[in-house]
Write a protein that binds this ligand. Structure first.
Ligand code: DON
Length: 628
C-alpha cells in the first residue's frame, strides 16, 4: 500500500484555481485510487467475491436493506457485534459511500427517521445541507438575461454544493441513540475502502452518466474512470484516500470536517476547483466558507404523522416534502375504499390524490426556518377533503392550482390552473435497519444528481454534493411567492423522507426510496399496494410503478405503460402516460429503487430490497429463518 503524505502537504497541493491548474495534477501524483493490482483480503471483499445479492431476507436478530451487498453486509456485521440499528445505519451508509460514491458518502446529506423501541417514540434527524451564507435568491439565474440557468449545467457547477452534512448526521445519530463509537461504526467502511470492492454494473452506468463532469476534475477522473471511460465491471477498486478520511474522522470526530483540515480542503476545492486543463464545463466556482461549516448543526425534529387505514404513518417534516405530501395524499385516499374499488378506479384515485398533493407541495413547502410552512393544514384530513372533492370521473388538467391549507376549510377548493413542477433530478439511496431490540432506522441520503457536483475533494476520496439545485431557480412568475428560493443558510426543499408505520404502537413496516420527487410517489404506491391491495412487501416494492406529480402525463414503467390497466385508465378516466426507461441508461427517467422492512411479529423481520431496478439491492438478516 502507498504511504500517504501528511495532511498539511496534501492541502498545499489542493490549492489550485480555475485559472491556473498545472498539468501535473492530472498525473497520479496526488490521486491514490489503485486498481486491481493488489490482492484483496478475502474478509473485506467477500461481499463482492462470492456472496450473492438477495432482494428478500427473513429472520431474527436484526435486518438491513440497502442498494448494495457490501453496504448491507457492513450493517449486519455491526449488528452481530452488538451494535443497534443506529450503529448499523451509520456503518451501512458510510460503506455505501465507498461502494457507491455516486449516491452516498461524506459529501452529502439526508434525513433519518428513527423508531426507538424503549420509549416507543419516532424521532427524526434533519441532516440536510445548508446553502452557504453567501447564497442569494438569484444565484441560479443568469445575470445577463435574468433567466433561470439550465438545470443540468447548474448541477455540474461547484456553486451547487451545499454544506456537507452527512458526517454531522452520523455523529449526531450515534451520540443520541447509538451504542458504539463513531470509530467502531466506521470500521467496515475503512476496511472496504482500503482493501477494495468490485465495480458492478450499477457503478459502471452511474459513471457513464456522469462522465463529462467527472472528467472535468483530475481527482474524479483518476479515482473513478480509466482510459477516459468507466471502470470495467469486476475491477477491484480501492480508495485509500477515503479510508484515510474515515480514519481521521474516527480519530478526531466530526470537527475534523466542520472545524478542521478536511473542512478547509472542502472549501478550497469548492471555491477554487482544480479542473482538467482545457475543460470548459466548470464555470461557476463555489461560495462556501469555513464559517458555513462551523455553523452547521443537525436538528432533531418531530416527525409528521397521519393515520391511514388504522396505521400511524410517520415521516419527515419540512424541509422535506415527503412527510407532508405522502401524508396529504394518504388523507385524500382515506376517503375512498380502494380495496373494494375496481383496480383501475383505485389507481385513478391514487393518481389524482398525488396530483393534488404535489400542487400543494410546490406552493407551500420550503425550509420552515425561512418561510412559513402550513404543515398542520397540509396534514389536516379536513383540508384533504377540500382536495378530494375536486376529483370527479376524469383526470384533472395539470398543472392544477394549490389549495388553501389554512382553516377554516370551505367545500371544494379551486381546480384552476397552477404552476408546473420545477426540474428536479432523480437519484439517492434509502437504507433501512432494525435490531434485536426492535429499534428501526430509515435513512434516505444522497449527494444528489448522479455523482453530485462531480468533484472529488482532492486527496480525500469522496464526491461533493450538488444539492443546492433542489432550490427553485426563479419564482413561478416574476414577483410571485416561492417558498423554495435560495438564501444564505437555508435548506432546499427535499423529497427524501422514508416512512415508519406503526399498528397500534407496534412496528408494522418501514419503506423509503430513491428518485428525487418520485420518492414520494414510490412510497405512496408501495403503501397502497401493501395496505390497500394486500400485497406482501416484496411484491409491493416490485410492482410496476406509475407516478403523477401535477404534470400533464404520469410517468409509467414499461410493465405499467403496456398494461391493460393503463389502457383502461386512459379510456375510462382520461389519464395520460409517458414511458419511463430504466433500469438501463438513460438514468434520468429511471424509477428510484426502494428498500423496506416488514415486521412479522415475535422478532421476525422481512427485509426487502429492489429485485431488478438498478440491478437489484441487498437485503440481509442476522439469523435467517429456516426455509428462507
Ligand atoms: O432531496 C431530494 O429530494 C433530492 N436531492 C434527492 C436526490 C435525488 O434523487 C436527486 N438526484 N438526482
Amino acid at each position: 500500500m502507498r504511504r500517504l503524505p501528511a495532511v498539511s502537504a496534501l492541502c498545499g497541493l489542493a490549492a489550485l484555481t480555475i485559472a491556473s491548474v498545472p498539468a501535473a495534477i492530472t498525473s497520479p501524483a496526488g490521486a491514490t485510487a489503485s486498481l486491481a493490482a493488489a490482492r484483496p483480503r478475502p474478509a473485506a471483499v467477500r461481499a463482492a467475491a462470492g456472496e450473492q445479492k438477495q432482494a428478500v431476507a427473513v429472520g431474527t436478530g436484526g435486518a438491513v436493506a440497502s442498494m448494495d451487498l457490501g453496504a448491507s453486509r457492513a450493517g449486519i456485521d455491526v449488528l452481530r457485534q452488538g451494535g443497534n440499528a443506529i450503529d448499523a445505519a451509520v456503518a451501512t451508509a458510510s460503506t455505501l459511500g465507498v461502494t457507491n460514491p455516486f449516491v452516498a458518502g461524506p459529501g452529502g446529506g439526508g434525513f433519518m427517521v428513527i423508531y426507538l423501541a424503549r420509549t416507543h417514540q419516532v424521532v427524526t434527524l434533519d441532516g440536510r445541507e445548508n446553502c452557504p451564507q453567501a447564497c442569494t435568491a438569484g444565484m441560479f439565474t443568469d445575470a445577463k438575461t435574468g433567466q433561470p440557468l439550465d438545470y443540468t449545467n447548474a448541477s455540474e457547477q461547484p456553486l451547487s454544493t451545499g454544506v456537507p452534512s452527512m458526517v454531522a448526521t452520523w455523529a449526531k445519530a450515534l451520540q443520541l441513540y447509538g451504542t458504539r463509537s463513531f470509530a467502531a461504526d466506521l470500521r467496515p467502511a475503512i476496511a472496504t475502502a482500503e482493501h477494495g470492492f468490485r465495480v458492478d454494473q450499477d457503478f459502471q452506468q452511474l459513471t457513464e452518466s456522469g462522465l463529462p463532469v467527472l472528467q472535468a476534475y483530475p481527482a474524479s477522473s483518476w479515482l473513478l474512470t480509466k482510459d477516459g471511460g468507466p471502470l470495467p465491471v469486476g475491477t477491484l477498486l480501492r480508495n485509500p484516500d477515503l479510508a484515510r478520511t474515515y480514519r481521521l474522522l474516527a480519530r478526531y470526530g466530526p470537527s475534523y470536517l466542520y472545524d478542521g483540515p478536511l473542512g478547509r480542503a472542502i472549501v478550497r476545492a469548492d471555491d477554487h476547483p482544480a479542473i482538467t486543463p482545457g475543460n470548459m464545463l466548470i464555470t461557476m466556482p463555489g461560495i462556501m466558507t469555513t464559517s458555513d461549516l462551523r455553523r452547521y448543526a443537525v436538528r432533531v425534529q418531530p416527525p409528521t404523522r397521519v393515520s391511514y387505514r388504522g396505521l400511524d404513518i410517520y415521516s419527515m417534516a419540512p424541509p422535506s416534502s415527503s412527510g407532508s405530501t405522502v401524508g396529504e395524499a394518504l388523507n385524500i385516499l382515506s376517503g375512498w375504499n380502494l380495496r373494494s374499488e375496481p383496480r383501475a378506479t383505485a389507481l385513478f384515485h391514487y393518481l389524482e390524490a398525488s396530483r393534488l398533493a404535489f400542487a400543494d407541495r410546490n406552493a407551500y413547502v420550503g425550509d420552515p426556518r425561512y418561510v412559513q410552512v402550513p404543515l398542520r393544514g397540509l396534514l389536516d384530513p379536513a383540508f384533504a377533503a377540500t382536495r378530494r372533492c375536486l376529483v370527479g370521473s376524469t383526470a384533472l388538467t395539470s398543472p392544477v392550482a394549490p389549495g388553501d391549507p389554512n382553516p377554516p376549510y370551505h367545500g371544494c377548493g379551486s381546480s384552476a390552473a397552477g404552476q408546473p413542477l420545477p426540474p428536479e433530478g432523480m437519484h439517492t439511496n434509502n437504507i433501512v435497519t432494525t435490531d434485536r431490540w426492535g429499534n428501526i432506522v430509515a435513512y434516505t441520503n444522497t449527494i444528489n444528481f448522479f455523482g453530485g457536483s462531480g468533484m472529488t475533494v482532492p486527496h480525500y476520496g469522496f464526491l461533493l454534493n450538488d444539492e443546492m439545485t433542489d432550490f427553485d431557480f426563479a419564482p413561478p412568475a416574476p414577483g410571485a411567492y416561492d417558498p423554495n428560493l435560495p438564501a444564505g443558510g437555508k435548506q432546499p426543499r427535499s423529497s427524501m423522507g422514508p416512512v415508519i408505520a406503526l399498528d397500534h404502537g407496534q412496528p408494522a413496516f418501514t419503506v423509503g426510496a430513491a428518485g428525487g420527487s418520485t420518492i414520494i410517489t414510490t412510497i405512496l404506491q408501495i403503501i397502497m399496494n401493501h395496505v390497500d391491495f394486500g400485497m406482501p412487501l416484496p411484491q409491493a416494492l416490485a410492482a410496476p410503478r406509475v407516478r403523477q406529480r401535477n404534470s400533464a402525463t404520469s410517468l409509467a414503467e414499461p410493465d405499467f405503460y403496456n398494461s391493460a390497466l393503463a389502457r383502461q385508465l386512459t379510456s375510462q378516466f382520461g389519464e395520460q402516460f409517458t414511458l419511463s426507461t430504466g433500469p438501463i441508461l438513460p438514468l434520468d427517467y429511471y424509477p428510484g429503487d426502494a428498500t423496506g422492512i416488514q415486521f412479522l411479529g415475535r422478532g421476525l423481520a422481512e427485509a426487502v430490497a429492489e429485485p431488478v431496478r438498478l440491478f437489484g439491492g441487498s437485503a440481509l438478516v442476522v439469523h435467517p429463518a429456516r426455509g428462507h
